[in-house]
Each structure stands twice: as structure tokens, then as C-alpha cells.
Design a protein around this ligand. Structure first.
Ligand code: SF4
Ligand code: SF4
Length: 87
């Protein structure tokens, strides 16, 4: 079954992230931060604080790592199972 997203959010693939902080610096609403934790490559990866994303996509375009950031816009229709896997 598919669901319509009621709010925007992003997912960061922590293993793809190199901790460059470009997404954090460029997010217009400051909803990203550096994790206290390391990924398997030894980088402090970026994290979404969990609320406030507008879905603008600036972080996606700032990120030099293809596949590290996925932006989900409000109103997008996605598979319910995919959404559940995020929670
Ligand atoms: S999509 Fe925009 S608001 Fe959301 S985390 Fe990225 S830069 Fe910030
Ligand atoms: S811009 Fe990409 S590589 Fe850099 S911290 Fe953000 S998610 Fe990680």
C-alpha cells in the first residue's frame, strides 16, 4: 500500500557520509547536525534532527557523495513498507 507524506524529511545513509558538514552548513533551517557516533569508515556522519525539514533539497545538492542524502517531499507518495523501515 502507498501513503502520501504529510511532511517532508530526509534520510542520510550514514555509511555513504564522509562527515564533510556541507549539508549542515547549507541547510536553511538548521535541522542537520553531526552525530556523536562514527560510521564504519570512521567518520562522524550527518544526522537529521527529526523535525523541521522543508524538503527544499539544498542539502542534497550540496552533498558531494552520491546516494548519501535522499529528500522526501511533503505530498510524495511512497510505499508504506519503505516508510515503516524509517521508523
Ligand atoms: S531538504 Fe532542505 S530543509 Fe530539509 S534537511 Fe535538506 S536543506 Fe534542510
Ligand atoms: S554533505 Fe553529504 S557527505 Fe557531507 S556531511 Fe552531509 S551527508 Fe555527509
Amino acid at each position: 500500500m502507498q501513503v502520501t507524506l504529510q511532511k517532508a524529511f530526509i534520510k542520510i545513509n550514514k555509511e555513504q557520509c564522509k562527515g564533510c558538514t556541507l549539508c549542515i552548513e547549507t541547510c536553511p533551517v538548521n535541522v542537520l547536525k553531526v552525530s556523536d557516533k562514527f560510521n564504519s569508515r570512521g567518520y562522524h556522519y550527518a544526522e537529521y534532527i527529526g523535525d523541521g525539514c522543508t524538503g527544499c533539497g539544498v542539502c542534497f545538492y550540496a552533498c558531494p557523495e552520491p546516494g548519501a542524502i535522499t529528500v522526501y517531499k511533503r505530498g510524495a507518495v511512497i510505499d508504506e513498507e519503505i516508510l515503516a523501515s524509517f521508523n
